[in-house]
Write a protein that binds this ligand. Structure first.
Ligand SMILES: *[C@@H]1O[C@H](CO)[C@@H](O)[C@H](O)[C@H]1NC(C)=O
Ligand SMILES: *[C@@H]1O[C@H](CO)[C@@H](O)[C@H](O)[C@H]1NC(C)=O
Length: 873
């Protein structure tokens, strides 16, 4: 009898599992610590169709008093509890959607709030709790940072380098201040210390990790640090860069100096055997926790994750936008009221938007009648701030035009896209800032009724509610890796992060990037290592992943694809509490062709997950849940790519909006062993089968994913703990995705010496004196691409010099195509040796690229594209 009952229970639980019920238990909302709350009082929100048994479970908890019941649009109750009941306990109960602290609202507004970073940022990830309730600040942990140096004399960053009690115990400058040169023989003049006085990236990263002052509080302020400087100063027009050799040197120096955690955030697409990825993997194998930025190329679509981030054993980090945005305020005073608004301003000191005294503002109409300064301005703007709409010309042009008319500053009202910092040159000598559309409308309405004045104090900072707080940052790169690995593994706050920059360039700034998310995650790992010395380096990363919380896509209501968010937003409190190890921490399914095509492996959809109950005395009851995530593609039905600039987004989701999803259009999951009791210290094996989204057409080239959630209830615990394992796969045959663009789009373009396009290729005559360039864009990554010359008989004449590369990332739209010179010479091999002139005659350029998963030595695994025929003289 007993057996039958347990089989039935198993079947029932597995059915609800297949039905993809949302996570049954919710999370806890936290607000800035600056907000005030009723002590031990919470609002509990239930799922809409919650069963009475779940509601009663909350109601019948010991030590709880229900104050109010809410029904209808909001299903929940307000409760009072005693100290023994944490909000996490409530959130862990089935049917609870969310638990909110009971916030007290007052009518006063606060400007220039201090401790901005700590109060507003660190509640998102539980870091505030780790400091305040658990006393974890990174003490005893050592973190190496490979970056652009640090202004360690900044008052928030220690004010010292090496020496007793200094947070900076190690570090080195590998590059000096010069912008790196292409010339490998150029002298390198490193400074004695990794002091940063330009750039700002490294100092910003340092503030996120270890800020310990009034305005910036880092995640792990009491850890010790080393800075390994690999970026010099950018020059006007030359982006700062660095090279693999320098990076590797810096990484190894950080290892030599004995850091526990290495924070790496370097760009560059590539393969997991690229050198930096390989070094990162080695360091990880040696027990160093290596954290790397996923990349900031999310707006370029899928397959945009960076190289070190996909190294084995490396924890790659995507970015979530901060709930709050900090910056200098603009105070607007009109006859019908005042408003404090947010500004996006230039980072050049000469064009900083700072007005300590009240300054009048006027709306500008240029001589063409537009509300902008794209044409000359005839108004007299002497001593005034100009209000203009973002127009058809650049911010620089508008600023110069109103300056000519006497203006002392310009506020540019943004159009419909998200506001960003204006880019102006050093020639602009008046304050320039961009403001939101609705704030521009407020000023314009005020001007309709009388004079309006503006102040923008220099040393005041305000915190504004971010419009995209808690969502994935649009710039956060997507996987998969070239081998169909996932991409980011976890996400951390990285959008709109307020931190330090060198004093020489302003001391404080809000910046965004997975470069900000990476040190954040590194700091959280330091707290975790301090709080859980029992975990091995690999287990630290696993615990962080398993305790993350999937990020919701507000447009679809489903979790964001794991290809972008990994396991979700990290949470230190959940990670510290974890008493189970889940392995593997994520499932990269590969493509579905592997399952069904001849020669494929039908077992590919079958996955074994091991859960170890690390509690040595208590058994844990396991329940398993499945939640599908958005499916995503970057391909239009005709096979071309969505482009952010013209199609609004380069990644399209299924479903496109909040809607019921037809059966088969999303992945499903079934499992064996999904309900069981795990004995103290024992491991349980669960076998999960992920069903592909069969009703999504393979021609749509969809990447799908979801989350398995394992709820463990230990005897005597008030609430279950949840552990998450993301999975990701490709619906179709990955190797069938063309690597080269369709021939119908004329993908091989010629330009002359001056860079002008050549339209009449048939009459083109190329010589050593009159070389041209041919360019192409790879749609997908490739192991090998070669541009060769083919003669009139169709025979290969050799490789174009510099036209052969291996392990190449796809050409992201923002980076542009690859160009290769055609000058009448070819080389005999891919390495570019034995260069010789070709016999004059008719030739074509042929670009050949290896298909994904193709074999380097198999001719038929290459795709090719031919140009029109032209003449080599
Ligand atoms: C800011 O935080 C620091 C560190 O916790 C604290 O010592 C300081 O008093 C805080 N400042 C303000 C203005 O709250
Ligand atoms: C997917 O399969 C291909 C082809 O066998 C392999 O090269 C690749 O490493 C696999 N990817 C993953 C993530 O397992």
């Amino acid at each position: 009898m007993k057996l039958v009952v347990s089989t039935l229970a198993l079947a029932a639980a597995c059915t609800s599992f297949v039905a993809a019920e949302p996570f049954p238990a919710g999370g806890v909302s936290t607000f800035p610590a600056s907000a005030r709350f009723k002590r031990n009082s919470y609002i509990v929100e239930f799922h809409d169709n919650v069963a009475d048994t779940h509601v009663n479970k909350v109601r019948s908890l010991d030590n709880i008093v229900v104050d109010h019941h809410y029904n209808g649009v909001f299903n929940g109750m307000s409760v009072r509890v005693d100290d023994s009941v944490r909000p996490e306990h409530l959130a862990g109960i089935n049917g609870v959607k969310r638990v909110y602290p009971n916030r007290i609202h007052t009518l006063t507004t606060r400007a220039g709030d201090k401790n901005i970073t700590s109060s507003c940022l660190h509640t998102m990830t539980g870091v505030t709790t780790a400091w305040e309730q658990l006393g974890l600040t990174g003490k005893g942990i050592s973190i190496g940072i490979v970056d652009s140096g640090v202004d360690y004399m900044h008052p928030e960053l220690g004010g010292c380098f090496k020496g007793p009690n200094c947070p900076w115990q190690s570090g080195e400058d590998f590059v000096g201040d010069d912008t790196p040169s292409d010339d490998p023989n150029a002298p390198v003049k490193p400074n004695a210390t990794p002091l940063e006085q330009c750039n700002g990236h490294g100092t910003h990263v340092a503030g996120i990790l270890m800020g310990r002052g009034e305005l910036v509080r880092g995640v792990a302020p009491d850890a010790t640090y080393g800075m390994y400087r690999i970026f010099g100063c950018p020059k006007e027009g030359v982006a700062g860069g660095t090279s693999d050799d320098v990076i590797i040197k810096a990484m190894l120096a950080a290892h030599r100096d004995g850091h526990h955690i290495l924070n790496l955030s370097l760009g560059g697409l590539g393969w997991d055997d690229s050198p930096t990825a390989a070094v990162a993997s080695k360091l990880a194998a040696q027990g160093m926790v290596v954290v790397a930025a996923a990349g900031n190329e999310g707006e370029d679509g899928l397959l945009s994750v960076g190289a070190p981030a996909i190294g084995k054993g490396v924890l790659s980090v995507g970015s979530v936008d901060n709930w709050y945005v900090t910056g200098g305020p603009v105070n607007v005073a009109t006859s019908h009221g005042t408003r404090t608004i947010q500004k996006w301003q230039s980072d050049k000191p000469a064009s900083a938007f700072v007005f300590d005294a009240a300054t009048p503002i006027v709306a500008v109409v240029d001589t063409k009648g537009s509300p902008s300064a794209c044409a000359p301005v005839s108004q007299n703007l002497a001593g005034k701030i100009a209000l203009v709409q973002s127009g058809e010309c650049t911010e620089e042009e508008q600023a110069l035009a109103v300056h000519k008319a006497g203006a002392v500053g310009v506020l540019i009202v943004n159009g419909d896209k998200a506001p960003s910092d204006p880019t102006v040159s050093a020639e602009v000598e008046i304050g320039v800032a961009v403001i939101r559309k609705q704030d521009g409308e407020f000023i314009a309405a005020g001007l309709g009724q009388g004079p309006v004045t503006i102040t923008a104090p220099s040393h005041l900072y305000n915190t504004f509610k971010g419009e995209t707080g808690g969502q994935m940052s649009s710039f956060s790169s997507y996987g998969p890796s070239p081998q169909l690995g996932m991409g980011a593994q976890v996400s951390a706050p990285g959008g709109n992060i307020w931190s330090t920059v060198p004093r020489a360039i302003g001391a404080y700034k809000s910046m965004s990037g997975t470069s900000m998310a990476t040190p954040y995650a590194a700091g959280v790992l330091a707290l975790l290592k301090q709080g859980r010395p029992d975990l091995t380096p690999a287990e630290l990363g696993q615990a962080l992943m398993a305790s993350s919380r999937p990020v919701t896509d507000v447009r679809t209501g489903l979790p964001v694809t794991p290809f972008q968010s990994g396991a979700g937003l990290i949470n230190i409190v959940s990670a510290l509490k974890s008493r189970a190890l889940v392995s593997p921490p994520f499932i990269a399914i590969n493509d579905t062709a592997y399952e069904t095509h001849p020669g494929g492996n039908p077992a590919v959809a079958q996955h074994t997950i091991t859960i170890t109950n690390s509690d040595k005395t208590r058994p844990a009851q396991l329940l398993t849940y499945h939640q599908m995530a958005d499916s995503v593609t970057m391909f239009k039905p005709d096979g071309s790519l969505y482009v952010a600039a013209t199609d609004k987004a380069s990644v399209v989701t299924w479903p496109p909006a909040k809607q019921a999803v037809p059966p088969g259009t999303q992945p499903g999951a079934t499992c064996k062993g999904c309900v069981q009791t795990i004995a103290p210290g024992a491991s349980a094996t669960i076998s999960v089968r992920i069903a592909r989204p069969t009703a999504l057409p393979e021609s749509g080239r969809w990447f799908y994913g979801g989350f398995l959630s394992f709820q463990l209830q230990w005897t005597d615990d008030k609430a279950a703990s949840s552990y998450v394992v993301p999975y990701s796969g490709y619906n179709g045959n990955f190797r069938d995705i063309p690597v080269l663009p369709p021939a119908t789009t004329n993908p091989l373009a010629f330009v002359d010496k001056e860079g002008s396009p050549i339209t009449d290729v048939a009459s083109l005559v190329v010589s050593a004196a009159e070389p041209v360039k041919v360019s192409y864009s790879l749609t997908m990554h490739t192991r090998k691409v070669a541009a060769i010359l083919v003669n009139a008989a169709g025979e290969a004449a050799g490789f174009l010099p510099g036209g052969c590369s291996t392990d190449v990332g796809r050409n992201l739209p923002s980076a542009g195509p690859t160009s290769v010179e055609v000058n009448g010479q070819v080389s005999a091999d891919c390495e570019g040796t034995q260069v010789a002139d070709v016999t004059p005659g008719k030739y074509r350029v042929r670009v050949m690229a290896l298909k994904l998963f193709g074999n380097l030595d198999t001719q038929s695994d290459y795709e090719s594209l031919d140009s029109e025929e032209f003449t080599i003289a």
